[in-house]
Structure formats: structure tokens, C-alpha cells
Design a protein around this ligand. Structure first.
Ligand SMILES: *[C@@H]1O[C@H](CO)[C@@H](O)[C@H](O)[C@H]1NC(C)=O
Ligand SMILES: *[C@@H]1O[C@H](CO)[C@@H](O)[C@H](O)[C@H]1NC(C)=O
Ligand SMILES: *[C@@H]1O[C@H](CO)[C@@H](O)[C@H](O)[C@H]1NC(C)=O
Ligand SMILES: *[C@@H]1O[C@H](CO)[C@@H](O)[C@H](O)[C@H]1NC(C)=O
Ligand SMILES: *[C@@H]1O[C@H](CO)[C@@H](O)[C@H](O)[C@H]1NC(C)=O
Ligand SMILES: *[C@@H]1O[C@H](CO)[C@@H](O)[C@H](O)[C@H]1NC(C)=O
Ligand SMILES: *[C@@H]1O[C@H](CO)[C@@H](O)[C@H](O)[C@H]1NC(C)=O
Ligand SMILES: *[C@@H]1O[C@H](CO)[C@@H](O)[C@H](O)[C@H]1NC(C)=O
Ligand SMILES: *[C@@H]1O[C@H](CO)[C@@H](O)[C@H](O)[C@H]1NC(C)=O
Ligand SMILES: *[C@@H]1O[C@H](CO)[C@@H](O)[C@H](O)[C@H]1NC(C)=O
Length: 882
């Protein structure tokens, strides 16, 4: 029994331990609650650019749909029932085929003739919004060509609280502004290509351990709970999602793990209704935590009300834990449809039909689910861009079973449409521009070395092939992607050694190599002969369902894999020009070798995708300007000040208290005055830059007015169908294992009524009051008012044409605020001797804090400053924001 330990953090008293005690049988009780937020706000397009036309079309088609047809839209047909990783039912009467949902955030998972794009960490390292858009558009076009309706990406959860976090690399950097910018650019790109983007994982999904019972060797009963305080929820974790919503994202995925809650301002009211199986919701009554996909405050409250999200919420795979509870809390689509993989039973499907018939779920809620899904469909133009699904996730064969689990419907399942276009060039550009030069004692860029020697297994091919491990669940050969569902098959993978040999051939350089990480003597001898020694080292991470070298998704440490430190030290001991390239999902510790006098250059090359080798050659030889770090590289793991939970604190539902609050990544180092090895935003350029001047202009923006208004009223209708209308149609062929919207009998679950049970709980004929911070997609529109314009001039004072990444930070001035937060950046290209001016807008949101008492954003009177420079700690220009 862990005692409660109140402590002062971020100006508010919060509880260090969520574990409040245990009942006599040892089942723990928890002190944190998530407040209730009902009823679900109704989606609408009223006056919203992009949404209003989409909503008119959606409302028109949903008005024609029967109960079973609407349920079909909301429910997956079951794991492996069809070709995509997620598939909804169809509506043949209205000419709508089932929707295809496909991973991943970096391409087409399990795809053929499709590209393997650089991972999120690498696009984030480019700090280039235009490039992020182009990557999104290219990925969207690939998904579109395969018939995918919803691409399951981009990612901003995990954000990267824990440097070891298994899926951080899927996301867009460990700062809310950087991540939100990347998320929004990807959303616009994907959706401009005519495919619905799905921002995920909502929310605070920061570690893999204990996300799902049964995935870890240590047994737990329920998923881990991320316990986040309200201010941190708004200023850190929800921030990027607000940007995605403002960019018009069509879908958001609620997370698999996480009974997310906030420190007990309210008790949680459990929504449970008889008849439907809501046993998980009943559990919640005991522990008063709430799973991400049935947390009404997160879905109805923050996302749909406050952030004004008009698209639909879909569950992560196996993240739904209740029927009525999830529907009323704001979930709109369940994936993959079955309760657990291949149970062939669903919380929704026929069960949702029953719930609507008996009034447990009001008709308006089902209408809203269907309308939100169809509105996103029309918003991105799926009615014009949709082609038949021509991919199959379960076989690479051309012919196979359309219904894989059932082994029915044998036909061509892989059309093998080549959707790659010229994306290889874009991939190479991103991977090069996202490579960060951390150290350069003048050895880069390379000229025409006489003799090159290449070291490390990370330089070369996996001997069993780039796609030999399912979902990249191994780290043999060069690491160009992490592992898990966020991956894609490589159409080819150019290793560093291949590309370096091609380059050496052009330059007439001699090139030798040792790619056995343990062949110390060979490394000694080979390094001694060369004038340029290129060492490739790696680390890897991924999703929790796969364990690689004992790493259960999350990394066990921040050191190198495959004997990396030893390889570097061996080579550096023999070669006075040792250049180290790191392929990794996030920070690695470098203290053992970074100051070695023979280590003349170090590059962080992230996870570059299929063009790995070509892109590193582009940077090493100086053809492309490098990027900057989207996270901090510390001197020791402890310096990050956070602890990923590797051992559960209780065997029921582990409790991860986010005690770091707002102080994620560099904010923690700044606040605690800890010197990192390489700070957030750091990276060397091939040229030299001078920050010359800064001017601040105050705009004439008016004061902030909290929003007031209501969402549209619920148009509650009685169900017109009777239970007998909802039986399987006569002669209907049921594909085995498939989830359907139909009832098998009219007495199912004691259902004897006729659907006229009247309005269910949560019925609200007058609509929902919109929160003060709400009012439009992204929140109160006045949050985005520009309060200041900042004009800085930056000169390229070097002798090379180059690219600089100009970064703007703001200090908000209160004692409990971070020292500085990133609020703007721009990648600029300036010729040698030239200069440019960069204009930044500072919005109200950029200087506001979340005020828990008023549940709104607030700009305090504290003195605010703006800083501009080349990293979070190298900020030559400073000015006041008056
Ligand atoms: C303790 O909690 C568990 C689970 O909620 C319940 O089954 C059990 O009856 C409780 N025991 C007591 C003595 O309250
Ligand atoms: C629901 O979807 C299934 C699978 O696509 C289809 O067989 C069935 O006809 C659909 N039902 C209705 C009512 O459209
Ligand atoms: C859960 O919340 C209910 C309703 O507020 C309350 O009565 C109950 O005591 C809470 N249970 C626990 C274990 O905190
Ligand atoms: C409805 O839910 C119950 C309880 O979880 C389950 O046993 C049943 O199979 C479900 N019905 C359908 C049609 O999936
Ligand atoms: C860190 O983990 C990697 C990968 O499992 C392993 O190769 C390495 O030996 C570990 N480092 C330490 C210091 O244990
Ligand atoms: C650096 O490399 C040279 C060989 O060029 C070697 O003699 C020297 O010992 C190395 N320095 C260190 C500190 O290992
Ligand atoms: C729904 O049916 C109930 C009971 O028959 C009736 O009282 C109510 O007026 C009906 N509501 C609507 C909106 O038609
Ligand atoms: C529906 O069922 C209720 C209760 O069983 C009954 O009173 C009512 O007349 C029925 N309505 C219709 C339209 O069948
Ligand atoms: C920004 O400053 C530069 C240099 O002083 C000036 O040339 C430019 O006109 C300014 N731009 C704006 C929009 O004020
Ligand atoms: C940048 O400045 C350094 C130090 O003055 C100088 O050695 C180097 O040549 C400059 N680089 C370029 C590209 O001008």
C-alpha cells in the first residue's frame, strides 16, 4: 500500500502516487479520476471551411441509411476478415464499399511496390514543413493508389517523454510545437492526396510496457494508466492534436493502453447501461480510471468540444473495452471490429444495433458516428479518388482469399499496382536533410579520400534480406526503420556500404570494410591503412508486441547495440580520422567516445528508409545541408529525469504518474540547469551563420473572449425498424468469423421491445455548451490571433551556399513555466555572403498557459521574451514581448 505523497509541481499540488490503497483481496484502488463529459458533441460543418460542404453531403447520405447500414460503417468486420488491417462493413444499397484502413505512418505496411519513407524522427530532424507536406502527399498518393481510405498516421503519441520509448521514432519530435507542426503538415499532405489521415495515438501513449495485458512477461490485469495533470494535458500532450484538428484531420485514433485521467478534480461518473456487455466499464466503477477509448473527458470533452474536432474517433486495435460506454464517451468506429483479435464477437456490430434498438445508445449518437465518418470521407474527396482495394495484408501472392480468415472468395488479391512514382528521390532528400551533424573537426565534407574503410554491421545488408523479419522485428544489418505496425516493406534498401562503394568507384577511392562487429583484429588492421574511417553504429526500438534482443518495444538502455562502443573505440584507436554515423530511433549516449581525439565527425542519421546509403553519402560528401536534433542527447540516462516503467507498480493496472509535467525533454534540462551533450535543436551546418537583428512589432489584435455557444441539438428520433427488420436477411451468406450489424434472433439479450424505449441517458435536445476554449477546429479561434510579428535577419557569413534552421523560443515568465518553449522555426536557404529576413508570427496561444480554474487559456501579466537562434541553447537574438 503506497502512501499518498503530495508535492508541489508546476505551482499546483499534485499526487505523486496514484495508488491509493487496496481492498481486502488486494485489488488496488486509485485516487485519480477523469471527469465525466456527456453528452457527445454532435459533429457539424456550420461555417467551417472544408467541413460545411462535406457535412451537407454526409447528412444527405446518412439520412438514407438504415440502422444496420449505419452500424456497418462504425464497425470493423474483424481481424484478417478482408485485405486491409482494418475494414468496415459496406453499404451495397448506396454503392459504398467497405472502408479500408491501413498502417503505417511511413508508408504502406505489408505493401508491395510501395515505398519505405523515412520515419517520423527523420522528417522531424529536417525542420522543414514543406518537406513534411511533400512526404505526406507522396504517402497519401501511395495509399490512394492501393485503394486505402484511411492511412493510419501521422503520429504524435508517443511524444517522446521517455527517451527509451519504443515508438518515439514514429512521431515528430519531443516538443509539442515541433510535433504539432509536423502532424499538421502530414495531415494536409495526406488529405490533399485524397486519403483520410488518422492522427494517433490519442493520447499520452508514452511507453510500450504494459500497454496491453499479456504482452509482457509480467502479468497485469488492465493496461497501464498515464496519469497526466490537466495543465500538462493541454500544454504538452493535446497541443499537437490541436494542430492536427486545425489542419482538418479526418480521423483520430484513441490509444490502446492508458486509463488516462487527470488528478482528481472530479469523480468519474461511469457510464454503464444494462443489457449490453459493458463489463469493462463496470471495472472502471471500481477503479475510477478510464480507458482511452471510453474516456468521455478526452473524447467528448477535450477533443470534440474544446478542440472542435469534426472528424471521427476510431479505436486502436484491441483498444475498445466496452459497448455502450465507448459509444456514449465519443468513440465513432471500432477497429478491427472484434473484441480481441479473432474472437469473432464485437462490442458493437449486432451489439450496437441492440443498444440503439433498446435505447441504450440514442439514435442521434449513431447518426453522429456515421455522419462524422462520411463527412471525413467527402472532405478529402474519397467520392472522387477511391479505387478498389488492390492490396492484401496477409499474403504476398497475387491470388489468395479475399476473406483471409474464412478462406473464402479466392481471387486476385494483390493487384501489385506500383504506386512509388518518383518518391525515391524525395525519400533520399528527406533522409539527407534529416541527418544531423553533431561533431565536425573539419573532416566533413569528404573530398576524394584515397582509402576509405567502413566498419560495423549497420553499414551493410541484413544477410537474410531487408524484409526478412516480420514488421522489421530484428536489427541485423543496417537499421533504416524501427519495428512494429508503424513500418512498411522495403522495395529495396540501399545500405551505406553499397552507396559508399558506388561513390568510391566514381572517385577512384580504395574502399575496404569489416562489417563483423566482433572482428577486432580485422578492424585494427583495416583501420590502420585508411585515411578515412567510416563507422556505422545503431540502436533500435519498436512496438511492444515484438521483442528484439530482449527489448520489449521500449529500449532497455540508451547505449549502442551490436557492440557499437567497442567498434568505435577499436577503429578510433587506429585511425586518426574516424567518422561515426548513428542510425537510431532516438538519443543514444555518446560519452564513452564522443571526445576521442580521433573521432573527427559524428552524424545522427535517424531512421532514413529505403535510400539510407544514398542519403548518407549526400551528407558526408556535402551535397546536401543537414538537419537539427528533434530531441536532447544527454550525458546520462538519469539526466532526462523520467523513468519508463519496466516493472509494474501493481499487478492490476500499473500507474505511470507524469510527474515531469510540462518539463519534457529540453525543458527539463533548462529548468534543472543540466548540461546535455547535444541540446534540442542542435546541429552543425556546412556554412557559418550570423544572427544580425531582431525587431518585434505588436499587432492590433483585440482582447480574448471566451467562446460561448452550443453544439447543434440532438435530433433524437425513435428507431423506425423493429427487431425483426434487423435479423440476418433471408438466405444471407455469413462469411465465417465476420462481424455483422445483424441480430441472430429478436430475443437476443432479452430484447423484446420495438425500439421505442425513448431517449437514452445523455440525451440533450438543446445541444452541448461549447467550452470557453472551444469554438472551431483547433480551439477558440482567438487563440490563433497574431499578437506580435518578429523579424530577424540571418546572414550566411561562410563561403558555402547553405541552409540554416532558424528557431524561435518564447519565455512566458512565470516561475512555474518552462524556461523557454519552442514556438517557431524556419529552414532557410541562403547563398554564401547573402542574408535573409525571417518573419515569425507569435499567436496568443504561443504565450498562453492553461488555467485549470477557469478551464481556459490565459495570458499572464508576467514579462515575456522572445529568443531566436540556432538551437534551444544558442540564442543570440533576444527581445521583449510587450
Ligand atoms: C475487491 O475488489 C475486487 C475487484 O473489484 C472484488 O472482486 C472483490 O470482491 C473486492 N473485495 C472486497 C473484500 O471488497
Ligand atoms: C454490411 O457489410 C457487410 C460486409 O461488407 C455486407 O455483407 C452487408 O450486406 C452489409 N449490410 C448492410 C445492411 O448493408
Ligand atoms: C469511484 O467513484 C465513485 C463515484 O464518484 C465513488 O463513489 C467511489 O467511491 C469511487 N471509488 C474509488 C475506489 O475511488
Ligand atoms: C455481444 O457482446 C457479448 C458479450 O461480450 C458477446 O458474447 C456477443 O458475442 C456479442 N455479440 C456479437 C454479435 O458480437
Ligand atoms: C543495451 O541494449 C543493447 C540491445 O539489447 C545491447 O546490445 C547492449 O549490450 C545493452 N547495453 C548495455 C550496457 O547493457
Ligand atoms: C589516433 O590514431 C592514431 C593512428 O593514426 C593512433 O596512433 C593514436 O593512438 C590514436 N589516438 C588515440 C587516442 O587512440
Ligand atoms: C418516440 O416514441 C415514444 C413512445 O412511443 C413517443 O412518446 C415519442 O414521442 C416518440 N419520439 C419521437 C421523437 O418521435
Ligand atoms: C412498442 O412496444 C411498446 C412496449 O412493448 C408498446 O406499448 C407499443 O405499442 C409498441 N409500439 C409499436 C409501434 O409497436
Ligand atoms: C525585416 O527586416 C529587414 C531588415 O531590417 C527588412 O529589410 C524587411 O523589410 C523587414 N520585413 C518586414 C516584413 O518588416
Ligand atoms: C566557418 O568559420 C570557420 C572559423 O572561422 C572557418 O574555419 C570555416 O572555413 C568557415 N566555413 C565556411 C564554409 O565558410
Amino acid at each position: 500500500m503506497a502512501p499518498l505523497k503530495p508535492t508541489v509541481l508546476g505551482g499546483a499540488v499534485v499526487l505523486l502516487s496514484a495508488l491509493a490503497g487496496a481492498n481486502e483481496s488486494g485489488v488496488p484502488t486509485f485516487s485519480h479520476h477523469s471527469p465525466p463529459a456527456y453528452p457527445a458533441p454532435i459533429g457539424h460543418g456550420n461555417g467551417l471551411p472544408g467541413w460545411s460542404e462535406a457535412y451537407s453531403k454526409a447528412q444527405a447520405i446518412v439520412a438514407q441509411m438504415t440502422l444496420a447500414e449505419k452500424v456497418n460503417l462504425t464497425t470493423g468486420t474483424g481481424w484478417q476478415s478482408e485485405g486491409c488491417v482494418g475494414n468496415t462493413g459496406s453499404i451495397p444499397r448506396l454503392g459504398l464499399r467497405g472502408l479500408c484502413l491501413q498502417d503505417s505512418p511511413l508508408g504502406i505496411r505489408l505493401g508491395l511496390y510501395s515505398s519505405a519513407f523515412p520515419a517520423g524522427v527523420t522528417i522531424a530532424s529536417t525542420w522543414d514543413e514543406g518537406l513534411a507536406y511533400r512526404r505526406g502527399f507522396a504517402m497519401g498518393m501511395e495509399h490512394r493508389g492501393k485503394g486505402v481510405d484511411i492511412q493510419l498516421g501521422p503520429v504524435s503519441g508517443p511524444l517522446g517523454l521517455f527517451p527509451e520509448g519504443g515508438r518515439n521514432w514514429e512521431g515528430a519530435g519531443s516538443d509539442p510545437h515541433l510535433s504539432g507542426n509536423g502532424l499538421a503538415a502530414a495531415v494536409r499532405g495526406i488529405q490533399d492526396a485524397g486519403v483520410i489521415a488518422c492522427a494517433k495515438h490519442y493520447i499520452a501513449n508514452e511507453q510500450e510496457h504494459f500497454r496491453l495485458p499479456g504482452e509482457n512477461p509480467i502479468e497485469i490485469k488492465e493496461s497501464i494508466s498515464s496519469n497526466v495533470d490537466d495543465r500538462t494535458m493541454h500544454e504538452v500532450y493535446a497541443w499537437p492534436f490541436a494542430d492536427a484538428v486545425r489542419a482538418g484531420v479526418g480521423a483520430i485514433m484513441c490509444s490502446i493502453e492508458i486509463l488516462t485521467i487527470r488528478y482528481g478534480r472530479y469523480p468519474m461518473r461511469c457510464k454503464q447501461t444494462a443489457i449490453l456487455p459493458v463489463h469493462k466499464a463496470a471495472d472502471k466503477d471500481k477503479i475510477n480510471n478510464s480507458y482511452g477509448c471510453q474516456n468521455s473527458e478526452l473524447l467528448n470533452g477535450i477533443l470534440k468540444n474544446e478542440l472542435g474536432f469534426q472528424g471521427f474517433v476510431l479505436s486502436d486495435w484491441q483498444a475498445q473495452h466496452g459497448g455502450v460506454a465507448t459509444a456514449l464517451a465519443g468513440l465513432d468506429m471500432t477497429m478491427p471490429g472484434d473484441q480481441k483479435f479473432l474472437t469473432h464477437t464485437s462490442y458493437w456490430g449486432g451489439n450496437l444495433t441492440v443498444a440503439v434498438l433498446n435505447g441504450s445508445v440514442p439514435t442521434w449518437r449513431l447518426d453522429d458516428m456515421a455522419t462524422r465518418i462520411m463527412a471525413s470521407f467527402y472532405k478529402v474527396g474519397r467520392d472522387k479518388t477511391q479505387v478498389d482495394v488492390n492490396l492484401n495484408s496477409w499474403t504476398k501472392d497475387v491470388y489468395g482469399y479475399q476473406n483471409f480468415y474464412a478462406k473464402e472468395n479466392y481471387r486476385i488479391v494483390n493487384g501489385n499496382v506500383d504506386v512509388r512514382g518518383t518518391h525515391g528521390q524525395l525519400i533520399r532528400e528527406i533522409a539527407a536533410k534529416g541527418t544531423v551533424i553533431l561533431k565536425n573537426k573539419g573532416s566533413l565534407p569528404l573530398g576524394k579520400p584515397r582509402q576509405i574503410a567502413v566498419f560495423g554491421s549497420d553499414a551493410t545488408d541484413n544477410p537474410r534480406g531487408p524484409n526478412s523479419c516480420d514488421d522489421r522485428g530484428c536489427s541485423d544489418g543496417t537499421v533504416a526503420m524501427g519495428w512494429g505496425s508503424g513500418t512498411a516493406n522495403f522495395p529495396y534498401l540501399i545500405s551505406p556500404l553499397t552507396a559508399l562503394q558506388n561513390r568510391a568507384y566514381q572517385d577512384n577511392s580504395v574502399i575496404q570494410w569489416v562489417v563483423d562487429d566482433y572482428a577486432t583484429e580485422h578492424m585494427d588492421a583495416t583501420a590502420r591503412q585508411a585515411d578515412t574511417c567510416l563507422v556505422f553504429v545503431k540502436a533500435d526500438a519498436g512496438e511492444g508486441y515484438l521483442t528484439v534482443d530482449g527489448n520489449n518495444g521500449d529500449r532497455n538502455n540508451l547505449t549502442l547495440w551490436a557492440n557499437g562502443e567497442h567498434v568505435i573505440k577499436t577503429v578510433a584507436g587506429n585511425c586518426s580520422n574516424t567518422i561515426v554515423t548513428v542510425h537510431a530511433p532516438g538519443p543514444v549516449l555518446m560519452e564513452e567516445w564522443i571526445d576521442h581525439p580521433n573521432v573527427t565527425a559524428v552524424l545522427f542519421a535517424g531512421l532514413p528508409g529505403q535510400e539510407s546509403g544514398n542519403s548518407i553519402v549526400d551528407v558526408l560528401y556535402g551535397h546536401v545541408e543537414p538537419g537539427r536534433l528533434p530531441f536532447t542527447i544527454a550525458k546520462s540516462a538519469e539526466d532526462y529525469g523520467v523513468k519508463l516503467m519496466y516493472k509494474p507498480d501493481n499487478s492490476y493496472a500499473p500507474q505511470q504518474d507524469f510527474t515531469s509535467g510540462l518539463m519534457i525533454d529540453y525543458r527539463h534540462f533548462d529548468k534543472q540547469n543540466i548540461k546535455p551533450r547535444f541540446e534540442f535543436g542542435f546541429g552543425l551546418s556546412y556554412s557559418n551563420w550570423t544572427y544580425k537583428s531582431i525587431t518585434v512589432r505588436k499587432t492590433s489584435a483585440g482582447p480574448y473572449t471566451p467562446f460561448s455557444g452550443r453544439t447543434p441539438a440532438a435530433n433524437s428520433k425513435n428507431v423506425t425498424e423493429t427487431p425483426s427488420d434487423l435479423l440476418f436477411p433471408p438466405g444471407f451468406h455469413q462469411v465465417p468469423g465476420y462481424i455483422y450489424p445483424y441480430l441472430s434472433s429478436t430475443t437476443q439479450y432479452g430484447l423484446t421491445g420495438n425500439g421505442t424505449n425513448g431517449p437514452a441517458e445523455g440525451y440533450n435536445p438543446t445541444g452541448t455548451p461549447i467550452r470557453p476554449a472551444g469554438g472551431a477546429p483547433g480551439g477558440n479561434p482567438q487563440l490563433y490571433d497574431v499578437l506580435w510579428q518578429v523579424n530577424v535577419t540571418v546572414a550566411n557569413s561562410g563561403s558555402r551556399n547553405g541552409e540554416e534552421i532558424v528557431q524561435l523560443y518564447v519565455s512566458q515568465g512565470e516561475q512555474d513555466d518552462p524556461v523557454r518553449v519552442l514556438r517557431g522555426f524556419r529552414r532557410v536557404s541562403v547563398d554564401a555572403g547573402g542574408w535573409t529576413s525571417v518573419i515569425f508570427d507569435i499567436t496568443r496561444r504561443d504565450v498562453a498557459r492553461w488555467d485549470v480554474a477557469s478551464q481556459d487559456w490565459l495570458v499572464t501579466a508576467a514579462k515575456k521574451k522572445v529568443y531566436v537562434g540556432r538551437s534551444s541553447r544558442d540564442l543570440p537574438l533576444v527581445a521583449d514581448l510587450d
